[in-house]
Design a protein around this ligand. Structure first.
Ligand code: HEM
Length: 223
């Protein structure tokens, strides 16, 4: 009885972590599309307009709470499942069963921690300025002038370097996360799973290269 309760709760953990993860993957698509406006070469005009629209939209503001709840749920359950799996893993397991899936899934916790560290740096430099938790840099017009903040920060090779390395790990995390979310929700099928894997790989590459293009642009192309 106790065993089945544990199994049920770890199953529902997987369900919830997958739903939160899918929501975060969707957020990344929107976030990338907004941020790519920085690259259109109009001195940040289109990007500023998009930021203004998003910041004044009450629905988007409400979504920020949902987003942070999504991150919190995903991280907390990720940590719980990882520790649970560590304890449950039989001795000698790694030697016999080193499949491609187990290699990728094995590092989900580690890549997740790297993304979390990245996120803390990232929010400190942009989002927390907007919230008034971090002072507005003297070169920025106001707390919403993210374009000027991006120009100055990404001109620093160390800062851009941290972003680029983080995006490599983000890509690894997403590659496995995509197919894993479908599997956890029971949406895997002999016929469709290979296609889901391919789409997941394309998604991971597009997201990580898309985000990477921003620091690369400011570092090497932007005057
Ligand atoms: C070069 C890549 C990126 C740039 C230039 C960028 C830029 C920004 C900016 C300007 C904001 C503040 C927007 C606002 O509050 O109105 C922001 C917020 C945020 N970013 Fe990013 N971002 C990048 C990559 C990422 C990645 C990869 C993640 C997740 C792994 C992420 C997660 C977030 C979150 C959670 C917020 C706070 C919620 C929000 O304001 O939408 N960002 N980012």
């Amino acid at each position: 009885m106790k065993k089945s309760i544990i199994r049920l709760s770890s199953l529902s953990h997987k369900y919830v972590i997958a739903l939160a993860g899918m929501f975060l993957m969707l957020f990344l698509c929107f976030h990338l599309m907004t941020n790519l406006l920085m690259l259109v070469g109009d001195g940040g005009e289109s990007f500023d307009k998009a930021v203004e629209f998003l910041s004044s939209n009450p629905l988007i503001k409400a979504m920020e709470y949902v987003l942070f709840a999504g991150f919190a749920i995903h991280i907390i359950l990720g940590v719980i499942i990882w520790f649970h799996n560590q304890k449950a893993r039989p001795v000698g397991y790694q030697v016999g069963l080193r499949t491609e899936t187990s290699m990728f899934s094995k590092f989900m916790f580690h890549t997740g921690v790297i993304i979390l560290v990245f996120l803390i740096i990232h929010l400190t430099n942009f989002f927390f300025v907007k919230l008034g938790l971090v002072p507005v840099p003297d070169y920025a017009r106001d707390a919403h002038d993210f374009y000027s903040m991006a120009v100055v920060k990404f001109k620093n090779p160390w800062y851009s370097g941290i972003y680029l390395v983080s995006f490599v790990f983000l890509g690894f995390h997403l590659k496995h996360a995509f197919q894993s979310a479908f599997q956890s929700l029971g949406l895997n099928h002999d016929k469709y799973t290979p296609a889901i894997k391919v789409i997941g790989t394309i998604y991971a590459i597009v997201i990580s290269l898309g985000f990477a293009s921003i620091p690369v642009y400011f570092l090497f192309i932007h005057p």
